[in-house]
Design a protein around this ligand. Structure first.
Ligand SMILES: Nc1nc2c(ncn2[C@@H]2O[C@H](COP(=O)(O)OP(=O)(O)O)[C@@H](O)[C@H]2O)c(=O)[nH]1
Ligand SMILES: [Mg+2]
Length: 495
C-alpha cells in the first residue's frame, strides 16, 4: 500500500531538503508534484486541490522559506495536513448499556462485509464482549453458510473468553426477492435471540450488490427504520479506488453511516480511498482490514497512516502486532532461554511461526521507517520461511535440541525429508549457530543489563529477581561452557 505515492511524495519533498534556503516558487513546484502523485494514487480531485492549496498556504504563511530546515518543515506540514484529511477518528465501537448494541454492516458485494463481521466478532471477543452475528444477506443460502463458518471459527478460537453466537435462517433465502421485508424479519428475530442470549453486541451482515441499486437501498433503509442500529458501518474496499468513493457517498446519503471500515488495506492499492473517503463522506474511518484472517483488523490511526505515506514507517503498529502474537510470559521465557544459551531449534521454529502469524513479511518490513520505499522492487518471499520451517520439521526432537548430533548422513536425511538441498540445511544450521553466538555475546553483559532494563520498566522488584542461576559476565557457572558450546566444537571436528 502507498508504495508509489510514498516514493513520489518523498521525491518531491527531497528537492526541498538539503537546501539552506528555498523560495515560495520551490514550495509550489514541489507541491505540483505532490498533486500529481495524489491524483495518480486515485485521490478524489476536490480533495487533492484543497489539500495542496492548504499545504501551500500554510507553508507560505509560516514562512517555511526562512526556516533553517525547510525540507523538514515541509514534511511536518504535509504530515499534519494528511492527518487532518483522514481524521479525526473515533476508534473502536461505541457500546450501549443495557445492550445489545446493534451494529449494522453494509457495503457493495465483495467489499468484505462477511469477513469483517467475523473480524469484528473476534475483536469484541478479545475484549471480553459477547457477540451475536446475524445473516441478513439472504440472496443465496451460500452467503448464510459462509457467515456461519466464519463465526464458528471465531467462536472456536482460543483468544478471548466471551461467547460468539451465530443467527441465520437459510430457508428464508427462497423468499428473498419475492417478498418485501424478508431481511427485516430475520433481523428482528435475530434481535430477540440476541436479547434472550444476553449478548453485548448484535452484528448484522447485510446484503450487497455489485453496484448501487435502489432495491438494495430500500431494503437497508427498512432494516434501519425497524431495528434502529446504534451504529451503521460502511465496508469499503480500498482497492476499488474512485468507485469506492462514489459508492460510499451513495450509501451515506441514504443511511447516514457512522463510520467506515476500509478493507484490503494490505493489498497493493494506490491508497486513494483512504485519503478521500473521510472528506468526501464526512464519516470517519474506524477500522482497517489488513488480511483475510479474522484477526486482521486494526483500529485506524491517521497519524500512523500519514507516517507510512511519508515513508516514516509505523513502528507503533508493528509493536502492537507483535504483542498480539507473543504473550509477555512467552517473550520472557524465550529471553531467559536465550540468555542462558538454551535457545533451541524448537524455540526458533516457534518464533518463525509467531512472525508468520503477524502477516506477510513485506508488509511487516514496510512498517519500519525508510524500509517501505527500499522494498519497492524487492520480492520478499514468504515461501522462504516455509522452507525453513520444513527443514526444522524434518529434524528429530534430539537434533532440534542439540545440533551437535548432526552428521553428514543426518543432514542428508533432513534434506530429503524437507525437499531441500543439504547445502540449505547446512546454511540454516550455520545461521542458527551464529544467532546463538550473538545471543551469548549479548547476554555476556546480560544479567546486569537485563536487570536494568526490567527495573526501568518498573515491572519487577529487583530483590525478587533471584540472580542465582543466571549467567554472569565471564562467571564460572556460565551455562554455555558446559552446554551446547562443547557440542559445537565436537561437531566441528567431525566435519
Ligand atoms: N486481502 C484482504 N482480503 C479481504 C479483506 N477483507 C475481505 N477480503 C476478501 O474479500 C473477499 C470478499 O469478502 P466477503 O466478506 O465475502 O465480502 P462481502 O460480499 O462484502 O460479504 C473475500 O475473498 C475476502 O477474503 C482484507 O482486509 N484483506
Ligand atoms: Mg457477504
Amino acid at each position: 500500500m502507498f508504495e508509489n505515492l510514498t516514493n513520489r511524495i518523498q521525491g518531491a519533498l527531497r528537492t526541498l531538503s538539503g537546501r539552506g534556503r528555498i523560495t515560495e516558487e520551490n514550495v509550489r513546484d514541489a507541491m505540483r508534484e505532490v498533486r500529481t502523485a495524489l491524483l495518480e494514487a486515485d485521490v478524489h480531485l476536490d480533495v487533492v486541490t484543497r489539500f495542496c492549496d492548504d499545504v501551500v498556504r500554510e507553508a507560505v504563511g509560516s514562512e517555511v522559506t526562512r526556516s533553517l530546515k525547510p525540507g523538514q518543515e515541509m514534511i511536518g506540514i504535509v504530515h499534519r495536513r494528511l492527518v487532518d484529511l483522514m481524521g479525526p477518528v473515533e476508534p473502536g465501537l461505541m457500546q450501549v448499556d443495557p445492550g445489545p448494541t446493534i451494529v449494522m454492516l453494509c457495503g457493495l458485494q465483495g467489499s468484505g462485509k462477511t469477513t469483517t463481521c467475523g473480524k469484528l466478532a473476534a475483536w469484541l471477543k478479545a475484549r471480553g464482549r459477547s457477540v451475536m452475528v446475524a445473516a441478513a444477506d439472504l440472496q443465496r443460502p451460500a452467503a448464510v453458510d459462509q457467515l456461519r463458518i466464519v463465526v464458528e471459527s471465531v467462536a472456536r478460537d482460543a483468544k478471548g473468553g466471551a461467547q460468539v453466537h451465530f443467527y441465520g435462517e437459510p430457508d428464508r433465502c427462497a423468499e428473498y426477492g419475492r417478498a418485501v421485508g424478508v431481511a427485516v424479519g430475520v433481523c428482528q428475530r435475530a434481535l430477540a435471540a440476541a436479547r434472550a442470549a444476553r449478548v453485548d453486541t448484535l452484528i448484522l451482515d447485510t446484503a450487497g450488490r455489485l453496484h448501487i441499486n435502489d432495491e438494495l437501498m430500500a431494503e437497508l433503509e427498512a432494516v434501519n427504520r425497524q431495528l434502529h442500529p446504534h451504529q451503521i458501518l460502511l465496508v469499503v474496499d480500498a482497492m476499488a479506488g474512485q468507485d469506492a468513493i462514489v459508492a460510499a457517498r451513495a450509501f451515506h446519503a441514504r443511511l447516514e453511516v457512522d463510520g467506515i471500515i476500509l478493507t484490503k488495506f494490505d493489498s497493493d492499492t494506490r491508497g486513494g480511498a483512504a485519503l478521500s473517503v473521510k472528506s468526501v463522506t464526512g464519516a470517519p474511518i474506524r477500522f482497517i482490514g489488513v488480511g483475510e484472517r479474522f484477526d486482521a483488523l486494526e483500529e485506524f490511526h491517521p497519524e500512523r497512516v500519514a507516517g507510512r505515506i511519508l515513508g516514516m514507517g509505523d513502528v507503533v503498529s508493528l509493536v502492537e502486532r507483535a504483542q498480539q502474537e507473543v504473550s509477555e510470559e512467552e517473550a520472557e521465557r524465550l529471553a531467559s532461554k536465550m540468555a542462558e544459551g538454551r535457545f533451541t531449534m524448537d524455540d526458533f521454529l516457534q518464533q518463525l511461526r509467531s512472525i508468520r502469524r503477524m502477516g506477510p513479511m513485506k508488509q511487516l518490513l514496510g512498517m519500519l521507517p525508510g524500509v517501505g520505499s527500499a522494498l519497492k522492487d524487492v520480492n520478499v518471499d514468504d515461501r522462504q520461511l516455509n522452507r525453513l520451517e520444513g527443514i526444522v520439521h524434518a529434524m528429530t526432537p534430539e537434533e532440534r535440541s542439540d545440533l551437535a548430533v548432526l552428521s553428514k548422513s543426518r543432514t542428508r536425511r533432513i534434506a530429503r525429508g524437507s525437499a531441500a538441498e543439504p547445502a540449505e540445511v547446512n546454511r540454516l544450521v550455520r545461521q542458527f549457530e551464529m544467532v546463538q553466538k550473538m545471543m551469548r555475546q549479548v547476554s555476556g553483559g546480560g544479567a546486569l543489563g537485563r536487570l536494568k532494563a526490567m527495573r526501568e520498566m518498573g515491572k519487577m522488584d529487583p530483590s525478587m529477581m533471584g540472580l542465582k542461576g543466571m549467567p554472569m559476565p565471564g562467571g564460572k557457572g556460565s551455562t554455555y561452557t558446559a552446554g551446547p558450546r562443547a557440542g559445537f566444537k565436537k561437531r566441528k571436528k567431525k566435519r
